[in-house]
Design a protein around this ligand. Sequence first.
Ligand code: S3P
Length: 440
Amino acid sequence: MANLSGPMAARRAGPLSGDCTAPGDKSISHRALIFGALADGETVVSGLLEGDDVLRTAVAMRALGAEIERDHGVWRVVGGAWSTPASSLYFGNSGTGARLVMGAVAGAGVGASFAGDESLSGRPMGRVLEPLRMMGVVASAEDGRLPVTIEARGALEAVSCKLAKPSAQVKSAILLAALGAKGITKVHEPVLCRDHTERMLGAFGAELVFDSDGAAGRFISIAGGQRLHSASVDVPGDPSSAAFLVAAAIITPGSEITVKNVLINPLRIGFYETLREMGADISFENKRESSGEPVADIVARHSVLHGVEAPAERAPSMIDEYPILAVIAAFANGETMMRGLDELRVKESDRVAATEAGLAANGVDVKSGEDWLCVVGAGAPPTGGATVKTAHDHRIAMSFLVMGLASEAPVQIDDAAMIATSFPTFAEITSRLGAQLDAA
Ligand code: S3P
């Protein structure tokens, strides 16, 4: 098994088989730590994703005043009163950590400075700061980017606002700030996006009201001044990480794997719906509920695929899965058109550009526009053989390693280090299923 740093190559091996688990869901893991840090009492979190992004959120929560301990894989968070930390909070590569904590800091009435790595420092923060400023937050940021400083203030004012784009990070930041606002904050999301914040606020004792008022999407109302109380959270497997394992099985002849205990929240499974439309042999078995979220074991087998159109309306439910979907499309027969990808340009990298460049270098017929990507598969394995620039993006890195498991020639990536942000056990788990990954 290869180490997760430096160049790495993936080559064809035998079929993949066996049972595995994906790491804990990244979105839920960040939220469990943040909500636990805000809540009175001790929150117990099992199954937390111990990836770099989430560990940085844990450090930030400690700096704000929470007590956090890890004991035999279980995390205990004692929350309560926050205070302004002495030094800047560093979020590394994590947009979720930085944006959610901006909202939480504002709602808690304390101040903080926010910093991140080069990629995060280039990503837009104005989308969070604008609604927070409407609520009375005083924040400084040059050109709407990190570093950002939020000043300690008294209570904020409640607002009614409409999300300009479907973004769970922006929605969550507003809802967390609303906990410290006078009055009822109402957020209109015309297009639904992941609702883990709403679900978890309920589990931590907050009251939210949902209505549709005859408009598209839904309105979420939350009264300020509500205290959260501790809860216990069992984090299910991340469907966005499971996507790489499922993809590997689908494109590798003879494979059959089961990824156990994966989150199947309806607002997260657009990738799996699209795969089914492409003819993939996948099923959700043993469906059940865990900590207020639906989960299942995903069974995936090698499949003969055809191209499809992935509509723009589906983008919020599969926003992180386009690079791996594009790789799968390269093995399918015919054209796969993915629309509604404008947000992909401002993720950990410009994922439209990075995916297109990686596919083209490996012999795939691909084209793109500002908000679309089109992959024409030959119904046979692509040639492979190239080195892909990951642009320090974990999902680009994993997507092209998966491609190398079934392309004619091995595929190499320039650096595997960023994989640790969301899936530190990626090489270990895929190797155990039969994949051939080597430091290159
Ligand atoms: C996330 C929301 C999405 C997603 C990210 C996690 C979250 O980002 O891409 O990986 O946990 O709220 P946007 O809110 O920018 O769409």
